[in-house]
Design a protein around this ligand. Structure first.
Ligand code: B12
Length: 212
């Protein structure tokens, strides 16, 4: 269907107006919201992720593509609620205490949302207590923590300890990332998953559910 191809290409090109008007046109044509999401938007974001991993796309291209996608997802969101797309699970995500960097965290959140996860974004400078409260309130299955400063990395460990103390550690998969974070650090502090970028975060979260 031509309109799905328009949406797909617009997201890859970071063309927000093209993507959103494409989504509106597709809805007017009666195409199912789930089809628009899967064949248009998610397929495009998967391609953007591939281009990024191969070094053809850099952060700016990924960001504008993510924005085009986010604006399109916003149009579809209310329609998807009653449709046949079931959320894969809830992810509580935030940048850890003391850290204000949120560009990477936002990208990861968008990519997870595009994959089908429901996102509870706590923003930046998130204390361990806030993570614990949000996991309990939303009954989330994943918690994602971002840190960009070597000085705030230890907040991830403190947060995992707070999850244990609150008795919620076993019911969530802990996913961490950020420029200074490594797989080795994730192993050291007992996180379940480490991902170096949005596309691999989405892939690994799906894998953790046995879906990819
Ligand atoms: C932009 C920026 C800022 C902006 C942030 C704006 C914002 N809204 O985020 C501002 C100007 C506010 C800022 C402030 C500071 N910054 Co600054 N900043 C950066 C910079 C240039 C880019 C970060 C960025 O957005 N990258 C692009 C995104 C897309 O990449 P990313 O964040 O790495 O995210 C990707 C992955 O890491 C991963 N990921 C990220 N989060 C998560 C989470 C999960 C769950 C998963 C799975 C994956 C994942 O996926 C993302 C997408 O691919 C970096 C340099 C750098 N190269 O990182 C310095 C940098 C991080 N900043 C630095 C410093 C020192 C500071 C300040 C202390 C400066 C100062 N003296 O005030 C303050 C600290 C403020 C604070 N308390 O947080 C240092 C940190 C040094 C260190 N090792 O600790 C860096 C490395 C610069 C440098 N080379 O010195 N900064």
């Amino acid at each position: 269907m031509a309109v799905l191809e328009t949406i797909y290409q617009s997201v890859i090109d970071g063309n927000m107006n093209g993507a959103t008007s494409g989504v509106n046109a597709a809805l007017a044509e009666g195409i199912a919201p789930s089809e628009i999401l899967n064949k248009g938007l998610i397929a495009a974001m998967t391609e953007v992720g591939r281009l990024f991993e191969e070094g053809e796309y850099f952060v700016p291209e990924m960001l504008i593509a993510a924005r085009a996608m986010q604006a399109s997802v916003a149009i579809l969101k209310p329609k998807l609620k009653d449709a046949d797309v079931k959320p894969l699970g809830k992810v509580v995500i935030g940048t850890v205490k003391g850290d204000l960097h949120d560009i990477g965290k936002n990208l990861v959140a968008m990519m997870l949302e595009g994959t089908g996860f429901e996102i509870i974004d706590l923003g930046t400078d998130v204390t361990p207590e806030k993570f614990v409260d949000a996991i309990k309130t939303h009954d989330a299955g994943f918690v994602g923590m971002s840190a960009l400063l070597t000085t705030t990395m230890p907040s991830m460990k403190t947060t995992i300890e707070a999850l244990k103390a609150a008795g919620v550690r076993e019911r969530v998969k802990v996913m961490i990332g950020g420029a200074p974070i490594t797989q080795e650090y994730a192993n050291d502090i007992g996180a379940d998953l480490y991902a170096q970028d949005g596309p691999s975060a989405a892939r690994k979260a799906k894998q953790a559910l046995g879906l990819a």
